[in-house]
Ligand binder design. Structure first.
Ligand SMILES: [Zn+2]
Length: 147
């Protein structure tokens, strides 16, 4: 039976999900919360590493700073885009004031920068504020991408 590893957005436990099941109802085997919670996951270095390396679904990371105007303007659009994808794409966010080392590691020198990963590999990135529609189109394109 085909399974998919999904990292819990609440506790970072790696769950093995059967592809065919009704994904929206799947809860984490460790904490019991829904895996399909679409709220962008605020990541520290450890959560970031787990999400990008263990998830078998595409992951988008928003590198932002709370003192960056365009970042904060984009935040509601990012949440709305995330809410339309459930278990198909995981949306993360990294506060570069708290975790500057992650930003440095990935060469993020403009904000906001968003990077898409799958199976730990970078697929592509944008270094500008994207609209809700652009974010959705990007996420759609990642689902179609095979790696
Ligand atoms: Zn959990």
């Amino acid at each position: 039976m085909e399974t998919l590893n999904i990292v819990c957005p609440h506790c970072q436990k790696v769950n093995s999900v059967v592809n065919e099941v009704e994904k929206r109802q799947v809860v984490c085997s460790a904490c019991g919360k829904p895996l399909s919670d679409t709220t962008p996951v605020a990541c520290d270095a450890e959560a970031f590493k787990t999400h990008i390396s263990e998830n078998e679904i595409p992951v988008i990371v928003d590198f932002y700073s709370p003192d960056c105007g365009p970042c904060m303007e984009m935040a509601p659009d990012y949440e709305t885009a995330a809410s339309t994808f459930g278990l198909e794409v995981r949306f993360l966010k990294v506060n570069t004031l708290n975790d500057a080392d992650i930003a440095l590691q990935y060469g993020v020198n403009e904000l906001p920068t968003m990077i898409a990963f799958k199976n730990g590999m970078e697929l592509n990135r944008f270094s500008s504020r994207l609209s809700k529609e652009q974010l959705k189109m990007w996420a759609e394109s990642l689902i179609q991408m095979t790696l």
